[in-house]
Design a protein around this ligand. Sequence first.
Ligand code: GDP
Length: 327
Amino acid sequence: METDELAERIRAGERRALARAITLVESGRADHRAAAEALLERLTEAPGEALRLGLSGTPGVGKSTFIESFGTLLTGQGHRVAVLAVDPSSARSGGSILGDKTRMETLSRDPNAFIRPSPSQSALGGVARRTREAVGLCEAAGFDIVLIETVGVGQSETMVAEMTDLFVLLMAPGGGDELQGVKRGIMEMADLILVNKADGDLKPAAERTRNDYAGALRLLRRRPQDPEGFPKAICVSALARDGLEGAWDEMRALADWRREHGHFEARRAAQARYWFGEEVRRGLLARLERDPEMRARMDDLGAQVAAGDVTVARAVAEMLDALGAAP
Ligand code: GDP
């Protein structure tokens, strides 16, 4: 299919065309890459506007269940919802597949939803680019809410937070000491903490957990991009579909406040700058690794550093000189 036709079909909101375009941006083939870039250029002439939501949580916390319920709530309100996934585990050992359609049965059949499982690509840098481009494609296809799902592991959370407008953390009710397991950095990233499974026997524990998180959030420094009371912790039940409207109200209130106060656009601008820097760094490294002469020099200097014959600083300066960059 020609770029023009594919672009037109995406703009018309055709999900099959969108899926095809995402396959194109995921591909490692040079001709696919060229086609993907042409397509993206075409579509960004008139970019769409979606609210980009990041959603993170450890396996089993209820992400799929939440996306199924929350996504259905949103499409029921007339929204068009796209779900993308960032999976940091290359082998996917033991973990469930993110964006698994079989676990979001209603949503995956919903004509106003689009679900894309995580690609099998393993390099996080590549996944980042693919996901950002996929977000652009979803927006061009008229999806007004793009939800990016990831698991609570290391770098992938930071990555998702750097490409979304709001970052939501899903937590499970715990026995009281679970706060210790939550890294401070993740708490600082979260705009909203949803304590899931607040139903049946788990409800009291969920309430206690919520109070613990609310207390911990109060201790964090108030961020200039937040109104009073944020970041917030609330209870939900993805299974019983309880508290989801409330969660959506909070997300909207925060997004609206940020729009009114200029923080929304400022965050997008900072993100664009961040990814520009990341891509340049990635490109430089790729260039270094592609060039056999450079690679040999890296190996040689690495061996000298390891043997203690040369300092790290000197070896780096030599490498950068060789690259033609001033140290
Ligand atoms: P994921 O790995 O984070 O995607 O978690 P899943 O959505 O697959 O859920 C893991 C398990 O928790 C499943 O057995 C769900 O039925 C259950 N679960 C998810 N949400 C809720 C909830 O709100 N309440 C209860 N009681 N169980 C839930």
